[in-house]
Design a protein around this ligand. Structure first.
Ligand code: SAH
Length: 356
């Protein structure tokens, strides 16, 4: 039987393992703390080689919590009648950007539910207005599944990146997490469209989502190897009290960290955030994520009064160091673990020129 150490070395060299090997590694890491430490060190080393001790920051603007979808895990699903709904006007979004720019952010991430009250054209105008006001900034969208024409229109307006997690690479598992109206095949098609248009494309999945098996995580890793996304966002599943999954257990921080490290070895140049969900289930989650090989944090730039309403899961942190206005505290936290926040756009760059 191959030891975990050999598997980690093989992963580092080949950037991929077989699904059986991934399963052995993921399950083995739970018991073998020495192998887990080695994985973490290798992943951290790889991130340091590619990015130095730089951590990129993205200002997260949660622009709407209206959603036409009904994902069983998500607190802003349309059947949650307890959710207090809001959406931001163009002016309110511009105000978030202004505040963010002054704080040093050079990437704005517009994230929200699938809110069809923003027409394609309305979004076009929001994106072009940001583009004109901040030519030196990157604009990232995370607004769910749309037609290729819409993605193209928004790209032409000046958006550079798009985040759309595939959620799970097993179509059967996908059906356990989503109502029938939502189709796995469509989500994957969206990812392909985004890539072909030229967006820096991000995908990802939750760790410990209900019914998830280790074999499915191995499939997620294989999917990422095939898609080669520029960005990879993962975080633990956290139950929300007003969803069908309210009694399901949360995913593990430890396993999330193992997966961040595995993904770093698979995709040395990728932009991998240390997510809010990880920071929510573990008090040092953000820092541990960076030490495990992540290189991005996404502080919250949403207006203070709406932050509490953008609740995908319970107990979401949003006013501590993860808040954009607390950037100084975040800088301090990062410098305590030997990292520094940088304010350039931090685009995906393949090859040696990405050293900073
Ligand atoms: N509507 C957009 C943005 C979704 S929110 C879209 O469809 O892409 C961003 C991510 O939050 C989701 O992709 C999902 O992976 C994650 N998420 C949703 N509910 C969650 C929960 N209960 N726990 C942890 N992560 C969750």
């Amino acid at each position: 039987m191959q030891t975990l150490t050999l598997l980690i070395e093989k992963l580092k060299k080949n950037r991929i393992l077989s699904e059986t090997e991934f399963i052995t590694l993921l399950d083995g890491l739970k018991e073998d703390t020495k192998a887990a430490a080695m994985l973490q060190q290798e992943a951290q080393k790889t991130a340091l080689e590619h990015f130095g001790n730089a951590v990129y920051i993205r200002g997260l603007i949660e622009f709407t919590n209206f959603c036409r979808n009904d994902c069983f895990y998500c607190g802003i699903r349309k059947s949650n009648f307890e959710a207090v709904r809001y959406h931001l006007s163009k002016d309110a979004i511009m105000e978030c950007c202004r505040i963010g720019y002054d704080l040093g952010f050079r990437t704005f991430v517009l994230q929200g539910g699938e809110d069809m009250s923003y027409s394609d054209q309305a979004m076009y105008e929001i994106i072009s207005t940001i583009r004109q006001a901040y030519p030196d900034c990157a604009i990232t969208l995370s607004a769910g599944e749309r037609d290729k024409e819409t993605y193209q229109l928004w790209f032409d307006a000046g958006a550079n990146r798009y985040l759309l997690r595939h959620e799970t690479a097993d179509p059967e598992h996908y059906r356990k997490l989503h109502p029938p109206r939502m189709r796995y095949e469509h989500r994957i098609q969206c990812l392909k469209d985004l890539k072909s248009i030229g967006y820096q494309t991000g995908t990802g999945f939750m760790i410990g989502s209900p019914f998830q098996t280790t074999a499915q995580l191995a499939q997620d890793l294989k999917f990422i190897h095939e898609l080669q996304p520029e960005m990879i966002g993962i975080g633990p599943f956290i139950p929300h009290v007003d969803t069908p999954f309210k009694n399901q257990p949360a995913g593990s921080a430890e396993r999330t960290l193992h997966l961040i490290s595995i993904l770093r070895l698979m995709r040395p140049e990728a932009l991998i955030p240390s997510t809010t969900a990880l920071g929510t289930i573990h008090p040092e989650g953000r820092e541990l994520g960076i030490l495990a090989g992540a290189n991005v944090v996404m502080p919250n730039l949403s207006p203070l009064d709406v932050r509490k309403n953008y609740l995908l899961y319970n107990d979401k942190i949003c006013t501590g160091e993860e808040a954009a206005e607390s950037i100084e505290k975040l800088k301090e936290k990062m410098s305590r673990i030997g990292y520094r926040i940088v304010t350039d756009r931090g685009d995906y760059r393949k090859g040696d020129d990405c050293h900073v």
